[in-house]
Write a protein that binds this ligand. Sequence first.
Ligand code: SAM
Ligand code: DTB
Ligand code: SF4
Length: 352
Amino acid sequence: MPASSKTAIRQDWTRDEVLAMFNQPFNDLLFQAQVVHRQYFDPNEVQLSTLLSIKTGACPEDCKYCPQSSRYDTGLEKEKLMAVEQVIKEARAAKATGATRFCMGAAWRSPKDKDLPYVAEMVREVKSLGMETCMTLGMLKEGQAQMLADAGLDYYNHNLDTSPEYYGEIITTRTYEDRLDTLGNVRKAGMKVCAGGIVGMGEGEKDRAGLLMQLANLPQQPESVPINMLVKVAGTPLEQQEDLDPFEFIRTIAVARIMMPKSHVRLSAGREEMNDQMQALAFMAGANSIFYCEKLLTTPNPKANKDMELLERLGIKPESYRVDRDSEEEEEVLHQAMAEAETGHLFYNAAK
Ligand code: SAM
Ligand code: DTB
Ligand code: SF4
């Protein structure tokens, strides 16, 4: 399809437009999302990211959804920063099961300067395995973002979580502006941005629209957009939150797809509670990435063989490494890694 016939990337969305999209009949919305999705992506490919918590619990922030905040008693065992060797071991295992990206998360408000050499080493080591790297460590200052970029970090994840209007109901220890500043520092340092949010926290549709507007209207749209369904963890203030209508979750994915046509939209936390049909609908609505690991950061996620079985039933294949790499050497490392991953017992290639 010629480039001109593709849906243009817009960064001037208004709330009314976005709400009108949300309020279309479900089938019309899904059809529109599929049309946009097919312009930019192979609709039968899903990118696989594995998550690892490299520092768990005892976080000083008060995010109401989070099991890792020190303010809530969730029974979580806290753990210090993981040794680099252990991280590499986990990354190797993730690669063997077919993941192409390794995302390392820390329960920090922001990293301390003394921690950065260790996390930078993790990035270098995981990259040398031939995986894409992602980190989520909290707020970043400019210099810290540059250190991570220099170590070769591909993506930095920092979520806006919800709309600016609803944000104060969920977090009081950092502002929306702080979050936007971190995203700006990540971009300035030349890394790719992974930014999304959580739905099902008691927000209204206008807040889901507000979150997507913030993301899509950024100076450059995030390359990766995780849409998390709230995981209700006992002990957190959102433990008893009422369930969101599942179709509203699917609508959120579809609207994200239409507003950010070139971004990978990730069906993120919450899959453990979703049946196969719901996940299939999310892929139909334009989700094309998942967290592929038995544990997210601290809560369960479907097992790898269950995910592979589902993808196989749907004729969806895991997305392989992209070859638009900047050096031939890097490309070679990635091809090698892909070949190794394909021999892993859980790897499933729907193309074969
Ligand atoms: N501490 C860092 C921060 O907040 O930026 C990084 C880790 S934090 C756990 C990463 C993201 O996980 C949060 O921004 C939130 O969007 C998501 N998250 C945390 N707990 C969740 C839950 N119970 N359900 C859904 N998503 C959750
Ligand atoms: C994102 O948007 N979701 C992931 C990742 N980025 C870091 C985290 C989900 C966490 C779910 C709760 C837990 O396992 O602790
Ligand atoms: Fe801390 Fe991040 Fe959890 Fe907020 S989401 S409490 S910053 S670990």
